[in-house]
Design a protein around this ligand. Structure first.
Ligand SMILES: Cc1cc2nc3c(=O)[nH]c(=O)nc-3n(C[C@H](O)[C@H](O)[C@H](O)COP(=O)(O)OP(=O)(O)OC[C@H]3O[C@@H](n4cnc5c(N)ncnc54)[C@H](O)[C@@H]3O)c2cc1C
Length: 523
């Protein structure tokens, strides 16, 4: 478990703010991190290498890894994490603060990590009975859970040391693994239930207090009683008190509560691991002392997925809020955009226009969204009787200053188009028609083309992940989608394709390397 990370290395390897911070990289924490890493989350796991079962040389009841070292299990788990954006850092978390969306954890070397969510999987502390020599044998031949270690000591001399009224249940269970069982009440007078139920199963009851655990050749050989008697044994089972390793959570106002069976304290959570502090979840032994390795692993996976779901919901809510905050693409919006600079566009006609119009006989042309007028002026000079229309008065003023032989109009052509069947060429370059305007807007614009006339629409090919003014590329009609709306009985689609742009711009628009082009001729 030796992971040494200096502050410099940690800075190099971790993000300043990650999606999820997992505190405790045992079975539960590593499993949560795996799910989150696979969900494309940035995750940091902080772990100080002290899993609860570290004293045991082998772990059992873990499908696929039965009778292997618990530390090997975690080593394999960490190798799995290497495939994803998950950093496991060897550090002790000493302080935790903040709130949902911005938690901060400080480690023993003074490093601070911020995260949107926190999963605490710090496990629990077992409180061993105060019997001389017992702690030294813990996890070896002083054991607790029969499912973990019963098979290995089956049919041998085993004693159950009474530590609470729950020890009757413990002893009854252990009897399944051996009929050579002794019940050590450690000075407590056995209850009637203990005598009846254990007596019926042939369990010997010893009431004298236990003073020491005896060892011979590095193996437990018995217990010594207060009267000096030695009870020969091969294993000693103890029912333990435990407390959640949840001290860190106190600063967030989260405190342990008594466990339902009165055996210790746990951090309370709902079935999805959510605690009463928004954004903080728990998994594994810190909240469920009965969770074995495989159960803690499963809980971690579930809680990791629940945390991802919570983030997905938050991100979706934010997107919806942003959506509501999108600007209205009206004249005022475009005027403001044009006013940001003296000239917005290059002043050159768009190459698809020059290509398409070259093969047409000049007639009446409409440039939809003419902007500063380069396309309309070019058409005018090719002999077209041209009308240039734009929603921005600022743009139209600049266009008019270029050439006043073009008919210039400031108008919202999406909602208020020109009369039907009026133009031999209607050209739209990078003119966004919102899907939310429905297909009526598309149909009305197309209707301005005269029979025999041409509709030319050119847009940037959609680039996923690039938004503009809060709009997604999918929010606008693509030329191909416009073509699909046109009635085939009335329209002949001549070109419907994506082409590389002859000269993609540098800077902010550099991702627009392809154009989508539609050329449709009205029959
Ligand atoms: C002796 C013994 C033998 C066992 N044998 C078995 C067995 O054979 N089979 C089985 O299924 N179960 C066994 N168990 C139970 C097993 O230990 C638990 O099921 C398992 O450890 C629970 O995993 P967890 O991730 O919840 O907690 P843990 O494994 O305890 O992991 C908690 C992690 O949190 C880290 N941590 C805690 N505090 C901090 C902090 N402040 N900063 C950074 N890191 C921190 C610790 O280093 C640790 O790695 C045994 C338990 C014991 C005591």
């Amino acid at each position: 478990m030796g992971f040494t990370v200096t502050v410099a290395a940690m800075t190099a390897h971790t993000h300043s703010t990650v999606d999820v911070l997992v505190i405790g990289g045992g079975a539960a924490g590593s499993s949560a991190a795996l799910m989150l890493g696979r969900a494309r989350r940035r995750v940091v796991v902080l772990d100080n290498g002290t899993p609860r079962n570290a004293p045991a040389s082998h772990m059992h009841g873990v499908l696929g890894r039965d009778h292997t070292s618990p530390l090997d299990y975690l080593k394999h788990g960490r190798a799995d994490l290497d495939r994803y954006d998950v950093r496991v850092v060897d550090a002790t978390v000493t302080a935790l603060g903040g709130h949902v969306g911005h938690f901060t954890a400080t480690t023993d070397d003074g490093t601070t990590i911020s995260a949107r969510r926190v999963i605490v999987t710090t496990g629990l502390t077992d409180h061993l009975p105060d019997v001389t020599g017992l702690a030294e044998r813990w996890g070896r031949d002083v054991v607790q859970c029969p499912y973990c270690d019963g098979w290995e000591v089956r049919d041998r001399r085993i004693a159950v040391l009474r530590t609470s009224p729950m020890s009757l249940h413990h002893a009854t269970l252990w009897r399944q693994w051996t009929d050579r069982l002794v019940y050590l009440t450690d000075g407590t007078e056995p209850t009637e239930d203990e005598r009846t139920r254990l007596g019926a199963r042939g369990v010997d009851i010893v009431t004298t207090p236990v003073t020491a655990v005896e060892t011979t050749d590095d193996a437990l050989s018995g217990v010594t009683l207060a009267d000096g008697t030695v009870v020969p044994l091969d294993a000693l089972a103890v029912g333990l008190r435990f407390s959640a390793r949840g001290e860190l959570l106190a600063s967030l106002g989260l405190h342990p509560v008594p466990h339902a069976m009165g055996l210790g304290e746990v951090i309370e959570a709902d079935p999805t691991g959510a605690t009463s502090v928004p954004g903080v979840r728990v998994a594994g032994n810190v909240s469920d002392p009965s969770a074995t390795v495989i159960a803690a692993t499963a809980q971690g996976a579930f809680v990791g997925a629940q945390t991802n779901l919570e983030l997905v919901m938050e991100e979706t809510d934010a997107a919806v809020a942003r959506h509501g905050a999108r600007p209205t693409l009206d004249g005022a919006f475009w005027d403001a955009l044009y006013r940001e600079s003296d000239r917005r566009w290059s002043g050159n006609p768009n190459p698809p226009l020059t290509l398409v119009a070259a093969s047409l006989t000049p007639g009446r042309a409409l440039d939809v969204g003419c902007g500063e007028g380069a396309d309309a002026v070019w058409l005018d000079r090719q002999g077209w009787e041209t009308t240039g229309v734009d929603i921005s008065a600022v743009a139209v003023e600049r266009a008019r200053a270029l050439d006043d032989s073009v008919t210039w109009e400031t108008r919202d052509l999406v909602h208020d188009p020109l009369p039907e069947a009026s133009f031999d060429l209607v050209t739209m370059h990078y003119f966004g028609i919102l899907r939310s305007d429905g297909d009526d807007a598309v149909r009305r614009l197309a209707a301005t083309v005269a029979p025999g006339g041409t509709l030319l629409m050119v847009s940037h090919a959609r680039v996923q992940g690039h938004s503009w003014a809060g709009f997604d590329p999918m929010d606008f009609w693509s030329p191909s989608e416009v073509g699909a709306v046109l009635d085939p009985a009335e329209w002949d689609i001549r070109v419907d394709e994506t082409r590389p742009r002859p000269a993609p711009p540098a800077g902010a628009g550099a991702h627009h390397v392809d154009d989508e082009i539609l050329v449709a001729v009205r029959r």
